[in-house]
Design a protein around this ligand. Sequence first.
Ligand code: NAI
Ligand code: MG
Length: 357
Amino acid sequence: TAPRNYTISVIPGDGIGTEVMPEGIRVLEKAASLYGFTIEQQWHDFACCDYYAKHGQMMPDDWKARIGSPDAIFFGAVGWPDTVPDHISLWGSLLQFRREYDQYVNLRPARLMPGVPSPLAGRGPGSIDMWIVRENTEGEYSSVGGRMYPGTKREIVIQETVMSRHGVDRVLRYAFDLAQSRDARHLTSATKSNGIAITMPFWDERVEEMAKAYPEVRTDKYHIDILTAQFVMNPDRFDVVVASNLFGDILSDLGPACTGTIGVAPSGNINPDRTGPSLFEPVHGSAPDIAGKGIANPIGQIWSASMMLEHLGEVEAGKAIMRAIETVLADPKLRTADLKGEADTVTCGKAVADALS
Ligand code: NAI
Ligand code: MG
């Protein structure tokens, strides 16, 4: 068999990004040694506000050349609003990666874990376990439109939704493949074809067409309004949920919110065609309010490492990390203060690495 050597870009970013990243790396290294692959780390000091303070921009002009062609990018969090406005820090870094590397899928799990109380009454560990697949490059977030007669009584504003067959099909294919790989083999599509009567019927048509290629996957669809209600009332109904950019944005916050804390949630910005690297990062930001105290929950970063390994094909190692995370979260001595635990960031990270063996 071919040697399993991977190169990853490591970009810790700002605030607690710099504190949780070493724990993500610790667990990755442990997983590599146990499962017989190697990871070469290329650390970068850009895409953070310290870099901005020194250079007046978030990244060097030749950032793409410096990143080269790693197998994936492992990212912490970016943003330090006291010194750099958020739109500059975000647009100058993360959003560049998403666009330049055509990361057209935004993937987030919503899974209720031990030790993490759900805000929904009566839901225990395992009772919520779904993936939200968001289209990440077109749809409602388009730059097609304009404003006429600004500031007058005739003021007109228009912003068009853009859906291409190429763009819709590729995210659907990813979602169906994911559903096919899961035990439940169930895909739900978010629509609103009763109200948005041009683009959403097109979305539905493409879902029906794609479903023909996946006869083993049970497919259904909900209008987005009732779907949000169902996420709260019956989250156990869902397995893989695929949505346009706007609907996916909403669902990918709502789903994880139903499963408790922001400190454990991971995400992937994925280029499934592998024409560029995919990027894995915790959902949370740089948390200036707790940065520097060593108390941030590292699980979101570590779970992102698990997603990254599965993307790289190291599925067993990725699953082992998930089991280790569950073991640690169940123990109040090993989880962090945001989950009413006693551990600091390093103790929690080490515990996950230890639980791996
Ligand atoms: P945030 O996610 O950084 O923090 C929100 C709240 O959750 C804070 O009270 C924080 O202490 C807590 N929290 C977050 N992660 C935690 C963890 N791992 N352990 C324990 N508690 C945790 O969001 P906020 O405050 O809105 O944004 C702060 C900065 O982060 C801003 O500059 C923002 O633009 C940036 N940001 C960056 C993201 C990214 O890099 N993908 C995502 C979200 C925000
Ligand atoms: Mg959002």
